[in-house]
Ligand binder design. Structure first.
Ligand code: ARG
Length: 506
């Protein structure tokens, strides 16, 4: 069906404009590159639509979410001084840029979507790739959703409470769950709606950032520089504190690898992938540093460390009667980012399930709406459980710890493939020192917090990763299926009205 193909195309699309029906899901388009890692029957294959501009927008839109509105306080507490916190904000930007440049080599070498999943498959084989998809579906993507929606709730609820009275946690959690439900509904309803929502919210978020920076710079030029005057007073030098401060900062930058999930849709990826990275990440770094300067132009480090919602405090002091702009913009920014995160999670489900690495049902799409509903519902349920059980800070540590194990793994994959696949075409090649450096830093980021301030979250994360092995051996390696599981799949198919993509494209 033409109709099916068309909608399905947008299912993965960061689409701008309509292509002809066949082109959207045309497997054999002239401008498609050969994809070394791609399996047969990959019906969800898209036209290349993401150019330089949308590439940059996609990275910036994902990176700017909740972090810049919640992390500055935590980062200040963990580093103890303004100067050190600025150094960490900048270092996080540089680290993200270096990591992303290494991802550019990986992404131009293996142009199949799914990022880490595809690279692990190439470099280390199916087991590490499986463990990655296991951890991403069960932990990484849901915890991203949970953190972003908790921040959304905190800011939107804060607006209704007086300055010296914190909103009750239960209210915050309920709003977060509500946000997850709305985002889930949008994503299940229609892919076209989902892409429009994403574009609209990205634009709104850039406006919000511009307002904060503009107002802050104005205050600064009025002469409010006292809090920036003695930057290094009170700095901590504890290695564990520095590492967890990095976690806080790196959360705000997370998403720097997001374009690698959609390499199959980038026009001329060998040029546009590295270029988008080289523009987007420095741009975000500059925004973040300037926002921090703005915050400190109107409040002291102590006030900032205490503030439950820095941007609201900022708005109340600077924007006068238009202070309501801040909670509204933060809600928009976080909503957009959570929405994009769930959207991307669906894509990962496809990449992993076409190799038989996830429950089949998770890769099915709704027969009429053509959205990957089961995967989305599954992610959202786990996110709700995380919202119920965690706090923003504990979830950020938990997330960053786990994520950096895999970012480090991707660096290792790059280095290994320089030896095991020396003749693979590499349209963009990073100096080898970059992945080596990022690998060393990621090892530090994983080990230092455990040694310095052990938290139960790190243990949970490790168990989760290893728990994947228990499932891998019978279900993936030996391909075991029980009649019970087949019944369950059929039951879910009928309940959610979903079907495998191959039968739809047929
Ligand atoms: N950096 C974003 C924020 O500050 C979170 C991005 C989540 N990561 C992702 N790959 N979607 O809220």
């Amino acid at each position: 069906g033409n109709n099916v193909g068309k909608e399905n195309g947008t299912c993965e699309g960061i689409s701008e404009g309509e292509g002809s029906d066949e082109m959207v899901c045309g497997v054999g388009d002239g401008d498609q590159l050969e994809r070394p890692g791609a399996a047969q029957g990959d019906a969800l294959h898209l036209q290349r639509r993401v150019g330089l501009f949308s590439g940059v927008a996609l990275i910036v839109g994902t990176m700017i979410g909740s972090g810049i509105f919640v992390s500055p306080s935590g980062l200040l507490v963990r580093t103890g001084s303004v100067g050190m916190s600025f150094l960490i904000w900048i270092a996080c930007g540089v680290l993200s840029l270096l990591g992303a440049l290494a991802y550019a080599e990986l992404g131009t070498m293996n142009t199949s979507s799914g990022a880490e999943y595809a690279y692990f498959m190439d470099a280390f084989g199916p087991l590490p790739a499986f463990l990655f998809s296991w951890v991403s579906t069960l932990v990484l993507k849901p915890s991203q959703m949970a953190i972003i929606c908790l921040s959304l709730a905190k800011y939107s609820v804060e607006a209704f409470y007086s300055i010296d009275c914190d909103p009750p946690p239960i209210v915050v959690k309920m709003v977060a769950v509500l946000a997850i439900m709305i985002i889930l509904a949008i994503n299940c309803y229609s892919v076209n709606l989902a892409t429009s929502v994403m574009n609209l919210f990205t634009a709104a978020k850039l406006l919000a950032i511009a307002i904060v920076i503009g107002a802050g710079m104005y205050k600064l030029f009025e002469g409010n520089t006292e809090y920036l005057a003695r930057p290094f007073e009170g700095t901590t030098y504890s290695m564990g504190n520095i590492a967890t401060a990095f976690y806080t900062g790196l959360w705000a930058y997370d998403g720097w690898n997001n374009l690698n999930y959609v390499t199959e849709e980038i026009k001329n990826p060998s040029k546009n992938l590295p270029r988008s990275i080289a523009i987007a990440i420095p741009l975000v770094t500059i925004c973040y540093v300037l926002i921090n300067v703005s915050y400190l132009a109107v409040m002291s480090p102590a006030e900032m460390a205490e503030s439950e919602a820095v941007a609201v405090t900022f708005g109340n002091r600077v924007l006068g009667v238009t202070a309501w702009l801040i909670p509204v913009s933060v809600t928009i920014s976080t909503f957009g980012s959570a929405h994009g995160t769930l959207f991307a999670a669906g894509r990962l489900c496809f990449a992993a399930s076409r190799e038989g690495h996830l429950l089949n049902i998770l890769s099915y799409v709704h027969v009429r709406r053509l959205t990957p509903a089961p995967g989305l519902i599954f992610h959202s349920l786990i996110a709700v459980a995380m919202v119920a059980s965690g706090t923003i800070d504990s979830l950020i540590d938990f997330f960053s710890f786990t994520a950096w194990i895999f970012y480090g793994g991707a660096m290792l994959a790059l280095i290994v493939m320089r030896y095991t696949r020396p003749n693979f075409p590499r349209p963009y090649k990073v100096p080898i020192i970059i992945p080596v450096l990022v690998l060393v830093i990621s090892l530090y980021l994983i080990v230092a917090p455990i040694v310095d301030t052990p938290q139960i979250e790190y243990l949970y994360a490790t168990f989760f990763i290893l728990g994947g092995l228990i499932f891998y051996v019978p279900f993936v390696h030996y391909g075991y299926t029980s009649p019970w599981m087949e019944k369950f799949t059929v039951f879910c198919q009928l309940l959610f009205e979903v079907a495998p993509t191959q039968t739809l494209i047929g």
